[in-house]
Design a protein around this ligand. Structure first.
Ligand code: SUG
Length: 448
């Protein structure tokens, strides 16, 4: 049976702004308070989705969330009408209003961890929504994420959904940003690679000193158990704490994998040789030939990787078996990274082409091409069971670009977040979006 890797990209929401909310994420911190352009951000994302669709990849779309999150503000003690809640928060606790307005759900690599049916004990595709509990503005995403994923992958014969892990730092889970799946073919059993930043229950594991390690070993293990993955089909590896302290807040900022290939920086992991040997052995037992491309630090320093987002790229398999790398514009403007990429495509290895996309609006908050997509490997029958409203087509692309142009502002500053009109604009836009994507009622304002 044919199988596919479908990229579901997060549609940027109408409140996209630079809140400086993510300690440990260099771009988020350094662009704090700048004016954002939500319209441009959403159109840049749609452009990437269209380009992948035009290249023949199956492309999907994942809806943004209702912001400001009035219910979150109410839970923090702000009362009255929705407009009063927003105005009181703006007056007394602006950082909380900013957090409740974040459009961070666009980075859907953090929406969930997904295990394809070939890997799971019950032969269904499993989803665990990520609790994202390291940052308040992200911790409020998972209830709506679960409803949206449920509306996209609704058929229980094919899809199993798990609620987010307990919302404590010991089970900090950031979803697919710290999870990669290797396989010979998307429809065959593969090896799922979980990368964690620290152990919450075993003090023998080292931890970063400066910035938080968002993902714990225990969270990764829990997700693997929930999904019914076998011992032969998983590898757990610790991220190098030293690179977390240099701004590598997710593993997908320093490594990316696809098919039988891992593309990673020399400093990405602890015990690299052991990790690669385990991946090699477990894939070999599955009939797959693991391969890795290690980028040496003397060619690309960790700092350059963080600035350019070289590894936050999409590694895509083409029909001829070669691979294509989708990178952000920031890779082209970094001479060392660009030179490395030239040598990568010229060396006769698996990566033959690099395509560059302008995702500056998202990049300025630390979200590159790979952050914006959630990969779901599906067999033909499973793809047929996905809500067809969320699969990108030329017509849907046209509808969504018109929808963005109609509803989105082209500038947003912190002071604009206090405007109760923004909530109404967001709700009007999302109400229309649920009809366009045929999601049914998924937002708090539609169900309460
Ligand atoms: O969680 N930025 C996100 C970026 C997520 C990137 N995702 C992956 N690497 N997969 C984060 O740090 C910044 C929001 C702000 O500052 O306004 C933010 O949430």
């Amino acid at each position: 049976m044919k199988s596919f890797e479908v990229n579901f990209d997060g549609l940027v929401g109408p409140t996209h702004n630079y809140g400086g909310l993510s300690f440990g994420n260099v771009a988020s911190q350094s662009n704090s308070q700048q004016a954002s352009n939500p319209k441009e951000a959403a159109l840049q994302g749609l452009e990437k989705m269209k380009a992948l669709m035009d290249m023949g990849f199956v492309q999907g779309v994942l809806a943004p969330q209702e912001r400001p999150d009035v219910a979150a503000l109410r839970s923090l003690g702000f009362g009255g009408t929705d407009a009063q809640v927003i105005q009181k928060a703006a007056k007394d606790a602006m950082p909380l209003l900013v957090a409740s307005c974040s459009a961070s759900s666009m980075w859907v690599a953090n929406a969930a961890t997904v295990s394809p049916s070939a890997d799971t004990a019950d032969g269904r595709v499993h989803f665990t929504a990520a609790n994202l509990n390291c940052k308040f503005h992200r911790s409020i995403e998972h209830p709506t994420t679960s409803r949206v994923l449920g509306a996209m992958f609704a058929d229980p014969q094919y899809f199993a959904h798990h609620a987010a892990l307990p919302a404590v730092a010991q089970f900090g889970d950031e979803g697919a940003a710290n999870h990669t799946r290797f396989c010979r073919d998307y429809g065959e059993a593969g090896v799922e690679f979980f990368v964690y930043g620290r152990s919450a229950f075993d003090s023998r594991y080292p931890a970063p000193q400066k910035y938080p390690a968002r993902q714990t070993l225990e969270a990764s293990q829990a997700v693997a158990r929930l999904h019914g993955l076998s011992e032969a089909g998983v590898v757990f590896a610790q991220q190098n704490p030293a690179v977390i302290d240099q701004g590598v807040f997710h593993n997908d900022v320093i490594a990316v994998g696809n098919g039988e290939l891992l593309f990673h920086h020399e400093d990405a992991f602890l015990n690299t040789d052991q990790v690669l040997a385990e991946l090699h052995g477990k894939l070999q037992a599955r009939g797959a030939q693991f391969q890795s491309i290690c980028v040496p630090r003397d060619q690309v320093a960790v700092e350059d990787a963080v600035r350019s987002y070289l590894f936050n790229s999409q590694l895509l398999s083409r029909a001829d078996g070669s691979m294509l790398l989708i990178v952000p514009e920031e890779c082209r403007s970094n001479p060392r990274v660009w030179q490395y990429l030239q040598s990568l495509t010229a060396c006769g290895g698996p990566v033959r082409e690099v395509k560059v996309f302008d995702l500056k609006q998202s990049m300025q908050n630390g979200g590159g091409p790979a952050c914006l997509r959630l990969r779901v490997a599906l067999k033909e029958t499973e793809l047929a069971a996905v809500n067809p409203g969320v699969i990108m087509t030329p017509a849907l692309y046209g509808t969504l670009t018109r929808w963005v142009s109609k509803h989105y502002r082209d500038a947003l500053r912190e002071s604009d977040l206090a405007d109760p009109q923004l909530l109404l604009e967001c709700r009007t836009a999302l109400d229309e979006l649920t009809q366009i994507l045929k999601l049914g009622a998924v937002y708090p304002f539609q169900i309460n």
